[in-house]
Design a protein around this ligand. Structure first.
Ligand SMILES: [Zn+2]
Length: 278
């Protein structure tokens, strides 16, 4: 066996690190594959942060799409928790300020998913509501969840049917993607990818485009502490629209961070509400 081969496997701690890196690498790769960039799976993206940015992407092929929801990956980070893990009640509940200085709008994209009920539980315990930009094909997989969302006082936005980049589609295809998506008066184009052609179709269908002002990048799973900072930091102010994800991959960090995100926003004097009129 060559020297470097034996070296690689002798040092146990490094083996552990290597293994962890490999596992992490696999998970990250899987997330990327789920992004829809390669057209094989339509799922959670790496959303662009700007309203006007147009992303160049390969036009979707005509072959049938895989519409099966990716199974959330087993958590590979310390802060992760499964959707069924109950949150500590003391951390889960937080009262909104009596005299709020403003509203922060939390939005969750790419669901519904097995994580959605846990997010709804946190919202209820903190007397908050949010807007869920759901994907049509996932609604078909979780038929009970949209009603659950509305019953809790939150609302649903249209995130199209297949989560394709609309800027790569013809007007007829855009119309179809939107028409087959969740019923709502608000639409958020997948990846935030939009242009005048896309917006013209939205207008024709009586839909209001809603992007975001603060991107937590929660789909990168940066750790719960980082997520809390991203969703409550100085960029977040009255009227902010905060982007998070309840679907499209392992969202355990998002679920774990949410109670403290809302508690911190309450401490800063904000209430957390759904986007009105969706
Ligand atoms: Zn999305």
């Amino acid at each position: 066996m060559p020297q470097h081969e034996s070296t690689r496997w002798v040092h146990a701690p490094f083996n552990g690190l290597l293994l962890a890196a490999l596992v992490l690498g696999v998970a990250v790769t899987a997330t990327t594959e789920n992004s829809g960039d390669n057209g094989s799976v339509v799922a959670s993206p790496s959303p662009v942060a700007s309203a006007s940015r147009t992303v160049e992407r390969k036009a979707p092929t005509a072959k049938p799409r895989r519409t099966k929801e990716p199974v959330p990956k087993k958590p590979v980070v310390r802060e992760s928790m499964t959707p069924s893990t109950p949150l500590a009640p003391s951390r889960k509940s937080s009262k909104p300020p009596a005299n709020p200085r403003g509203i922060v709008y939390l939005t969750f994209d790419d669901g519904p998913s097995p994580y959605t009920p846990a997010i709804l539980d946190v919202l209820r315990a903190t007397r908050s509501t949010a807007t869920f930009f759901e994907v049509g094909f996932r609604q078909a997989q979780h038929p009970a969840t949209p009603a659950h969302v509305r019953a809790r006082g939150s609302n649903i936005g249209n995130h199209t049917y297949s989560h394709w980049d609309l800027t790569t589609l013809t007007p007829a295809e855009i119309r179809s993607q939107v028409a087959r998506g969740p019923r709502s008066r608000c639409v958020r184009p997948p990846f935030g990818a939009t242009n005048p052609r896309v917006q013209r179709v939205f207008r024709q269908q009586g839909l209001r485009q809603v992007l975001w002002t603060v991107d937590t990048l929660d789909w990168k799973r940066p750790g719960v502490t980082h997520l809390i900072e991203a969703a409550t930091g100085p960029k977040v102010r009255a009227g902010s629209i905060v982007l998070m994800h309840d679907g499209g991959g392992d969202r355990s960090q998002t679920v774990a961070a949410l109670p403290r995100i809302i508690a911190t926003l309450h401490q800063r004097g904000y209430v957390v509400r759904r986007i009105p009129g969706c």
